[in-house]
Design a protein around this ligand. Sequence first.
Ligand SMILES: Cc1ncc(COP(=O)(O)O)c(C=O)c1O
Length: 234
Amino acid sequence: VPPAKLARGALFYTTPSRQFPTGATLPVARRLALLKAAEESSAWILEDDYDSEFRYSRAPLPSLHSLDTAGRVIYLGTMSKVLYPALRIGYLALPPSLVEPFADLRATAEDHGPFIDQATLAEFLACGVFYSHIRRCRRAYAERLETFLDSARPLPFRFPHTDGGMNLMGLWTAAPRSSDDALQARLDEAGFDVAATSRYAIGPSRRGLLFGFTAFEPAVIRAGCRRLAALLDR
Ligand SMILES: Cc1ncc(COP(=O)(O)O)c(C=O)c1O
């Protein structure tokens, strides 16, 4: 939850499209309040829109960057989710006043970017294949999400945020007696790469597991949910 006031000149980092690991989205009213707070205290907002390409059932909310009339938002995107993380290419959309300082900073920090990768990506974008790739991924992931939600019905979880991203937070409907550490060990042993939500929390948190669904064919998802149901039943 963004604060109502920001310190003068502060930098406020946020992922409004999708908070990891909960999957929560920042509502428009809060986006507008955050922009107002940034304008009032000349603060900067760093909007990390790392997986906004993957929305399945509803249109995405407008980015902070698109709502910003005062030039306070630095928009950050990445190719890591939509292509692959080893590519190491991201991008910034900057308020005009920051373009030159950032270009200077970039030149000082790293003068030679990955030119060949960048040129290849530029070609991939220019010929339109990038966009058909995104549409194909979105279709496949939407099907995998639907399969997962359907197959996970017998599992003791509820999924509060199911519209986007590449993973889903499932909150226990009846928390297990065993600790997250003990549970994690059992899951690891059975070959499940799912993390307890407490792993991402500094303090006490709602208990749950984080499920990835985009990397698996529907048949694998169905079989995995059946195996998990059997494991949790023991
Ligand atoms: C919040 C957030 N931002 C950005 C990224 C992407 O980082 P990078 O572009 O360095 O791969 C990730 C990757 O998981 C992420 O979780």
